[in-house]
Each structure stands twice: as C-alpha cells, then as structure tokens.
Write a protein that binds this ligand. Structure first.
Ligand SMILES: O=c1ccn([C@@H]2O[C@H](COP(=O)(O)OP(=O)(O)O[C@H]3O[C@H](CO)[C@@H](O)[C@H](O)[C@H]3O)[C@@H](O)[C@H]2O)c(=O)[nH]1
Ligand SMILES: [Mn+2]
Length: 745
C-alpha cells in the first residue's frame, strides 16, 4: 500500500434509516400484540351468544395467518437492523505486480435460451477487465456441451485480440462490445472527425460486425447438422490460442488474458448438480491450470460494465484488517434491460438495494450466484493445513495428484505449460472434469459449491458464514456488472418457482439456519438467512387473506372489528404501518409511488403462484417424490414480448397453472364484494363488514392489470377467455366447498 494510513475502503452506517425502521418495528410489534389479544379473546368467550354468528374455523385460519405473517415479517426486520454502504479507493492499491491473480468463471448451459453472441460478449468483457492480463484467466463452463459455443469462443478470442488493446489504449469504460457499439449508434458526435481514435473505432466496429456474422454463420451450420451433444458426452477442454507467426505477435498475445473452454463430462446416469456441479469442475480444472487465489463468477448474461470491479474487490481482499476472514466480495445484480416502470420488479429492488446492505452491516451479504470475487481457499473446507497427509486429502478432494499439489502451490500457475499443449496436463484436466470425479469425496458436501439445493449460491454462502467466513457488499452508482432481467411473466414466475423451491428446501433441511451448527454466525445474521429460506411460505397467509374474509363476506360472517370498536384502529394502524414501511423503503432506494404499487402487486402475484408451487416442490423433494431440476432462465425475447414490456403491459402468455389462481382470486373478490355489500345493506350491518369490504376493494385495485387482461385488453398478451371460464368454475367450487364449511364450523 502506498500509505498504510490511508484506508482502502470505508463503511457508512445509514443512521437515519436505522432510527426510522427500529421505531417503526417497535410500534408495529405493539399493535400486532393488540391484534393477537383481540383474536385470542374470541376463543375465550365460550358462549355462542357473545361470539354471535361468527364461526371458529375462519377465525382460526385468519389468526394463524396473521401469526405466520408476523413471524416472517419479524425475521425480515433483521435485514433492516444495521444497513451500511461502502466506498473503495482502488488508486491506493499496491502496484500491479503485487496484485493477486484472478480466475474468472463464466457459466452457460443452453445455447438456445442463452444466445452465443451474448455469452461471448460477457467473456470478452471479462477478458478486458482493467487488471494485469497475465493475472487474469477466463474460463467458460459450457453445460450445453455445444460445438457452437466452442467455435464461438475461438471467434471471440480473435476479436478480443483487437478489442482489448483498443480498450486499454483509449481507456474505454464500457468494455462489453455489444453495449459499446449499441451506445455509439445513438451518438454520432464523432462522425466526420478523423482523429486516430475515430479511425480505430471505425475499424473495431467493422471487426465486430465480422465477428457477429461469424457467430451467426456457426449457428446456421450447426442447426442443420444438429450435432448437439448436450447430455451425453465426454469432457472437452481447450485453451483458446492463436499461432503467433513471429515474436512481435507472440508479445502481443502475451497481453491477452488466458481463455479456456471447459465442457465437463455428462452422462444421463450421473447427476450433474447443475450450476454447483459446473462451478466445482471449474474450481478443479482451474486449480491445475492457473490456480489463482481469487475467483470471479459470472452468469453468462452478466457482462462487466465497470472494468475496475476487480480492483474494487481487491480493496477488501487486500486489506490486512479483514482479509484473513473475508470469503467474498459481492456486487449487486443489476440489469441493462429494465424499463422505466419495471412492472415485474426485475431489478429486485429491495434485495439488492436494501436487504443486502442490511446484512452487510451484520456478518455480510448472501452469496448471490454471480458478480462476486471469492477467495479460492474458502471453498476448500478446513482440510488444507500445513503438513496434511496427501493420502488423506485424496479422500476429500479426489485422486488427482496434480490437484492435491495445487492445494499447496498457490503461486505457480501452469498456464505456460498448457499453452505448450502439454498433453498430460490437459488429460489431467479432463479427468478432473469427468462426471465420476467428485463422487465419494467431499466435493459438493463440504468442498466447493454445495449440491444440496438449486439455490446453491445461497446455501454455499450460508455454510461459509457458519464456519466464520465473512463477506462484504459493494454497490456503486456505476453498476459493476449488468445482466438481462426477465421481461415477461412466464420467465419471472418460472424462475420464482426454482428460487423458492431451492430456498425452502434449505429451510426445511438440516441446513435450516436456526438449527444448523455449530455456527459462528450472529443471531441477527441467522434471522436474515432464516427469513430468506422461509419467505416463500408467505404463500400461506396470502392465500388465506385472499379468500377467507371474502367467503365470509359472502356469507355475512364478520371477521374484523366494526368501526365503533377500538380494535378497529389497531387493524387500520397495522395496515398503514406496513404500507408506510414498504413505501419508505422503496422511496429511499430511488423508487416512486408507481414502484410501490408495482412491487406490492408482484409480491402478491409471486406469493400466490411461484412461492406456492416452489414450496410444494421443496416439500415433495424432501419426502422423495420429486427430483431437483434447473431450467435456465430464458435470455432472449421476441419483439412482441419487448413491446408489451416497454408499454408496461403484463404479458399473460403463460401457463394456466399461473393464471388460474390469479383469476380465481379476482373473481372471488368481485363476487363477494357485490353480494356482500348488497347483503350488508339489506341486513343493515355494513359497519361490521367494513374492513372485509375494504380488503376486497384493495385486492381488486392492486389486481387491476389482471382485470384489464381478462376483460379489456384485446392483444395477444391478454388472459384467454378459456382461462377466465375455468377459473369461474373453480371459484364456484371454492365458494360451495369452503364457504359452506365456514357456515357450519
Ligand atoms: O445446469 C446448469 C444450469 C445453469 N447454469 C448456469 O447458471 C447460470 C444461472 O442460471 P439462470 O438461468 O440465469 O438463473 P437465474 O435464476 O437468473 O440465476 C440466479 O439464480 C441461480 C440459482 O437458482 C444462481 O445460480 C444464479 O447465479 C443467479 O443469478 C447461467 O449462467 C446458466 O448458464 C449452468 O451452468 N448449469
Ligand atoms: Mn440469470
């Protein structure tokens, strides 16, 4: 460090939001206690006379839901306990020759859902990071096993040979070629001037065009011959390199980071453990090739938007005060394709702008799958100690001698060797990428990414922190990485099922944050992890609130205090307090009133659908009725989808499984509102039904886009009439079965 008095990073505690949220939580808890008293005292009144016509079953269901909602909400408060944000000073880092090496892992799985050109852009942007090139090694893991991707890599390498020197020479900030050239299209300020930069840029633009065409060409050839190996093939590993014709070119090539393609062996008979499996293969293969002490992991759509991210991360990893226990530096997932009103909350505002900062103020944020710099040894468990017995280590890490050597040999990369196409090393790498390599070892259990859950990132980060490792979160105004966010309902809800299934799976296993141990985590950090693994269970109370009070309204059964009762205020207060908390958080993270409504709606939609199905999936996996699956999120959109998204219209072209629950709830609420109000006016007890009426109005108002999709819209993205009809039938069944039940019990 230039001057050891100068810190590499500073941390700011968000004092005002701490005061606000703790005060709000305190008042909210008080009010909820009153509510519980109100609900509980119902059961103490034994005689049916004072209970009136109110039935016990719906009352009990609501009580349970309120309790459940409150408990999950309470866990969520840990994520607001002590939010912090950080700034870094990369200019204070040591000289380049003292920086540690980094292996970059990029993951792709499906050339159809993850377009090759997009993947290659991510790869190129990673190669172009502002970091000494001899200390950067980029690996692409191709779970699609596709020749298109391998050939695409070779083309990408050729283009990178021009692109990287250009970026370095002209200090280009935006090093993802596609993003760079698309932004040029709107900016003609350089045309007509003929300085060197413009000339070079023009050349590069043409070369990029050629590169794009070549990728297209590859795709076309391979679609015809359909030489897809996909799920059954041996490992393919190739270090991409040119054949330098003379010494100057040799020197030029030395200015490029190493680039390697890795497609692990796959056999239908062997589970491959999705991304966690892919990560572990890269961990082993890179271990014998470059063995860098730090690893940057990137999903294939997450390109490097700020080339200084590696240096930013090093501001933490190289700080002697924290580095010994620091496992990873997490950057936010941000997206380049979010529209102005973000109807699907694709940016996951509260996750990346609020909750992760909250955890950062405790023991550190969750590992979020992509955009993190992790210390290699943190993934090796506690097995690698000075003087450890190599035979013992083979039991944990598998039989490869080369790999065991790499555990002790942090600084001597074999890159040059593999460039000289030393076959033994390549053979060893293929062995390390074979599908049986990790079996009967600790891989996936206690070493590398854990296999147990499809939310492998969350689970692995959690176990690291239980062992005492910490993490930090760095979010800046210029996003370090940019990916493609989902822009249609179907992808959103499908992804939501996978996430909630993976999280609940952890929550109901031995990894449940409240029982897993021995753990070095603080209690608040455990609460945070607990919240994250259990929040999908919000589906239970939300389903209840969406149908029980409504069925009671329909049957004339009051469920809430009448307006003259003093507990009426308690209910109103709780509603208002949650609303204020939520709006406050959306506002301080840059949202508007529109975002508040959008995000509330999304919370309800996801709870009613994805979280329900995801949680069921997790329970079924637990009892062995289902196997894990991982459908990569689609990263291509057709024009119609984009058009609907840009206009802020929901794209309802998704399966009935998602649409029916949403439409059923709209129908139920409408019917009970109409019938309920009419009946209450006739009977003259509107004040007793007031809150139920209000609740239905609120739900219908929030659901406006669904109503619009059912009855107003005529475009392709509307809700099909057949769905509305079948939902009406389901609603009838619910009314008769459950509604009548309420009258009896
Ligand atoms: O068998 C597989 C499946 C997926 N992937 C890759 O994993 C990444 C993430 O998959 P994606 O479909 O984009 O999932 P998302 O839901 O968008 O990803 C989030 O959630 C995942 C866990 O569910 C994490 O792995 C991701 O890092 C996180 O960004 C992509 O690059 C895929 O190519 C593989 O390499 N192998
Ligand atoms: Mn993704």
């Amino acid at each position: 460090m230039e001057d050891s008095d100068q810190p590499l990073h500073v941390c700011h505690v968000h004092k005002s939001s701490i005061i606000f949220s703790r005060l709000q939580s305190f008042l909210h808890i008080l009010a909820v206690l009153f509510l519980f008293y109100y609900r509980a005292s119902f059961f103490l009144k034994n005689d049916t006379e004072t209970r009136g016509i109110t039935s016990s079953l719906p009352w009990f269901l609501l009580f349970l839901s309120e309790l459940f909602l409150f408990l999950i909400w309470l866990l969520d408060q840990a994520l607001r306990w002590r939010p912090v944000s950080r700034s870094v000073f990369p200019e204070r880092l040591p000289e380049d020759d003292k920086l540690p090496a980094i292996d970059v892992f990029v993951f792709t799985a499906d050339p159809e859902r993850e377009p090759t050109l997009q993947v290659m852009n991510t790869v190129i942007s990673a190669m172009a990071l502002d970091y000494p090139p001899d200390k950067l090694h980029v690996y692409l893991s191709d779970d699609g096993g596709s020749a298109v991707t391998l050939k695409g890599m070779r083309e990408a390498w050729k283009f990178a040979k021009w692109w990287i020197p250009f970026c370095r020479r002209f200090k280009i900030q935006n090093r993802c070629p596609n993003a760079y050239f698309s932004s040029l299209a709107d900016d003609d300020s350089h045309s007509g001037s003929f300085d060197e930069f413009t000339r070079e840029q023009e050349k590069l633009k043409e070369r990029y065009q050629v590169f794009k065409e070549s990728i297209k060409g590859i795709k076309e050839t391979f679609v015809d011959t359909s030489s897809f190996t996909g799920k059954d093939h041996q490992s393919v590993i190739e270090v991409i390199q040119g054949n330098p014709i003379d010494n100057t070119e040799q020197e030029e090539l030395a200015m490029l980071p190493q680039l390697a393609y890795v497609s692990r062996e796959k056999r239908p008979s062997h589970p491959h453990h999705f991304k966690a499996g892919a990560f572990n293969v890269l961990l082993r293969v890179s271990g014998v090739i470059s063995n860098s002490p730090y690893i940057l992991a990137l999903d294939c759509d997450m390109y490097c938007n700020d080339p200084t991210s590696a240096r930013q991360a090093m501001c933490f990893h190289l700080d002697p005060k924290i580095s010994s226990s620091l496992a990873f530096v997490q950057f936010p997932q941000r997206f380049h394709n979010i529209s102005w009103n973000d109807i699907y909350d694709s940016q996951l505002r509260l996750t990346y702008s609020l909750r992760w900062q909250g955890m950062d103020g405790l023991d550190g944020p969750v590992l979020s799958g992509t955009g993190f710099f992790i210390k290699r040894v943190s993934l090796y468990g506690n097995y690698v100690q000075e003087g450890a017995d190599p035979m013992e280590l083979k039991r944990y890490f598998g039989p490869s001698n080369e790999f065991i050597k790499s555990l002790f040999n942090q600084k001597k990369p074999n890159v040059a060797k593999i460039r000289d196409s030393s076959n033994t090393l390549l053979q060893e790498s293929k062995f390390l990428a074979s599908c049986t390599y990790g079996s009967e070892t600790k891989w996936g259990q206690d070493i590398g990414f854990l296999h147990y859950s499809v939310a492998e990132d969350y689970l692995t980060g959690f176990t690291l922190q239980s062992k005492g490792w910490t993490s930090v979160y760095l979010s800046s105004s210029t996003p370090q990485f940019l990916g493609s966010g989902v822009t249609n309902l179907n992808d959103l809800l499908t992804q939501g099922i996978r996430w909630s299934s993976g999280l609940v799976e952890v929550g109901i296993s031995k990894f449940c944050p409240f029982v897993y141990g021995p753990s070095k985590m603080s209690f608040l950090e455990k609460m945070s992890y607990g919240y994250l693994s259990l929040f999908p269970l919000y589906f239970l109370p939300l389903w209840c609130f969406a149908i029980v009070p409504q069925l009671c309204l329909l049957s004339g059964i009051p469920m809430y205090p009448e307006a003259s009762n003093s507990f009426f205020i308690v209910f109103l207060f709780i509603f208002a307090s949650s609303f204020v908390q939520f709006s406050y958080e959306v506002f301080i993270t840059g949202g508007s009133l529109r975002s508040v409504i959008n995000e509330l709606r999304l919370w309800m939609i996801k709870s009613i659908t994805s979280h329900l199905y995801g949680s069921l999936d997790a329970f079924m996996k637990r009892i062995g009725m289902r196997e894990a699956s991982f459908l990569p999120t689609n990263k291509v959109d057709d024009d119609e989808t984009v058009e609907l998204y840009r206009n802020g219209k929901f794209d309802f072209r998704t399966s009935a499984m998602f649409l029916v629950p949403l439409v059923v709830i709209v129908i139920l609420n409408t019917v009970s509102l109409i019938v309920g109000i009419t009946r209450a006016i006739l009977v003259g007890n509107l004040d007793k039904m007031f809150l139920q009426v209000l609740l239905s109005i609120y739900i219908l108002a929030i659901s406006y886009p669904i109503i619009e999709g059912m009855v107003i819209r005529k475009d392709k993205g509307r809700i099909p009439t057949s769905i509305t009809i079948s939902s009406a039938a389901y609603s009838m069944i619910i009314v008769f079965l459950i509604g009548l039940g309420f009258l009896v019990y």
